[in-house]
Write a new protein. Structure first.
Length: 454
């Protein structure tokens, strides 16, 4: 029997600086006092049980305004179809077009406007649709580059994602001369302190390092007017909640809050009520989450021991493109990498136990194409954009179904076509059925002509 566990708990935010929120409070904070512009071939899966599962209904016991499936409907319909019509600074527009954008994506059309109008925003869209650029553009529109103080703080769940966000912000803000620093673990603390003491407009980082810099009083928060949580479900519902709470308490009481993610479980939306003011909600329904352009397949490997042989059979297909292979544990990543290497297959690996400099080198090699097959954990699942990836293999199905969408999103960034392959043992069949039910999708058996689809 397989059961899903929400790796989360309720969070109570307690105000310590002028009424950010109250413990157990459900009402929004007061409105702003001032306007902010702001291998194997075996029988297929039994679909009968899956169809039965799809008939099950869950009762609704969520907060007001939330649909029974735990998704709040959008309350913002305005869309601006061109960057030129958003009222953006000329220098920012130059940066946007120089970066290669021509027309805003769906989430950008809807979310940039309320963000630059100063509204608190919860924005949900599929991976690879431009969420990073959404909040980056809003930040660059709102900051005052003549003020050499931190005015926007962005938190991200991984060092790699934080570093990527920094690159996007710097590129988009090139003509504004905007300064953005990344505070991430695994780097020299003194370097961070020195850079922050010099001043910068935007700070992006991981929760632990950012909290440390605030505690040392080198990251000054008095001028911060925007607080962004990227991959908010990961940030709030898995292991980062205490740091998020501590950081939030140090921010000005009227700080604008923006949450972005590809998935928004009900508990995260409920928690957000404690520190967001009447937020604009721009969300997609759960059944819309499976990524367009990504073909999803499964291989019934039957037993765990059959996975390696299946992967070896697929290697020639993997190496014609760039592929990411996901395992659920760091030990499995190391074990699979060793086994593949012993069989003379060229692979690289990355997980959180590695030194930061090694992780940076591996990511650089993968981005440039010198490394073509990367074995990793969910460390890479969220937000890391490697343009050439068109194949994702779930060697292990994710333990959290919300991570499925993040993983397969590596194979179809920004509308490109991609393929996702799921290795399924006998014990995994109910898990796969649950994923299909959750995303209202059908995952078919892998065809013989897989290479033609990549």
């Amino acid at each position: 029997m397989v059961a899903w566990f929400d790796n989360s708990s309720e969070i109570s935010f307690v105000a310590t600086n002028g009424g950010h929120c109250r413990e157990g409070a459900t009402e929004p904070r007061p409105q702003h006092k001032k306007k902010r512009h702001h291998r194997c071939k075996v029988p297929t899966l039994n679909r009968e049980n899956m169809d039965d599962n799809r008939q099950e209904q869950q009762s609704h016991d969520g907060p007001a305004g939330m649909a029974p499936d735990g998704v709040i409907e959008s309350n913002w319909s305005e869309a601006v179809e061109n960057f030129d019509d958003m009222g953006l600074r000329e220098e920012l527009l130059r940066g946007i077009y120089a970066y290669g954008f021509e027309k805003p994506s769906a989430i950008q059309q809807r979310a940039i406007t309320p963000c630059i109008a100063g509204r608190d925003v919860i924005a949900q869209a599929q991976s690879g649709t431009g969420k990073t650029a959404t909040f980056s553009i809003a930040i660059l529109q709102l900051i005052d580059t003549s003020l050499n103080e931190c005015q926007a703080l962005i938190l991200a769940p991984t060092r790699e994602l934080a570093s990527q966000i920094q690159k996007v912000v710097i590129s988009l803000g090139d003509f504004l001369k905007a300064q953005c620093h990344a505070c991430i673990g695994g780097t020299n603390v003194r370097d961070d302190m020195r850079r922050l003491e010099q001043g910068c407009h935007i700070v992006v980082g991981t929760p632990g390092r950012v909290h440390d810099m605030i505690s040392r009083n080198v990251l000054r928060t008095s001028n911060i007017k925007l607080f962004v949580l990227d991959e908010a479900d990961e940030m709030l519902s898995r292991g980062f909640k205490d740091q998020i709470q501590d950081v939030f308490r140090k921010l000005p009481s009227d700080v604008q809050v923006i949450l972005l993610s590809a998935t928004m479980p009900a508990d995260v939306l409920e928690v957000s009520q404690h520190f967001m003011r009447d937020p604009v909600k721009i969300l997609v329904k759960k059944e819309e989450l499976t990524l367009e352009g990504i073909k999803q397949f499964y291989v019934d490997v039957k037993f765990e021991d059959w996975k390696l042989g299946t992967l070896c059979d697929l290697y020639d297909t993997l190496s014609i493109t760039q592929a990411v292979i996901f395992c659920n544990t760091r030990r499995k990543v190391d074990q699979l990498t060793e086994e593949m290497t012993e069989k003379t297959f060229t692979v690289s690996a990355m997980h959180g136990d590695m030194e930061q400099r090694d992780r940076d080198l591996i990511m650089k090699q993968f981005r440039t194409g010198s490394s073509r097959v990367l074995i990793t954990t969910d460390l890479l699942a969220r937000g890391i954009d490697v343009q050439q990836v068109s194949l994702v293999i779930n060697y292990d199905l994710p333990t959290l179904r919300e991570n499925y969408i993040h993983r397969i999103g590596r194979g179809g960034r920004f509308g490109r076509k991609g393929v996702a392959i799921n290795f399924v043992t006998e014990q995994d069949k109910r898990v796969l059925a649950d994923i299909e039910k959750h995303y209202n999708t059908s995952i078919e058996e892998m065809p013989a002509n897989l290479a033609d689809m990549i």
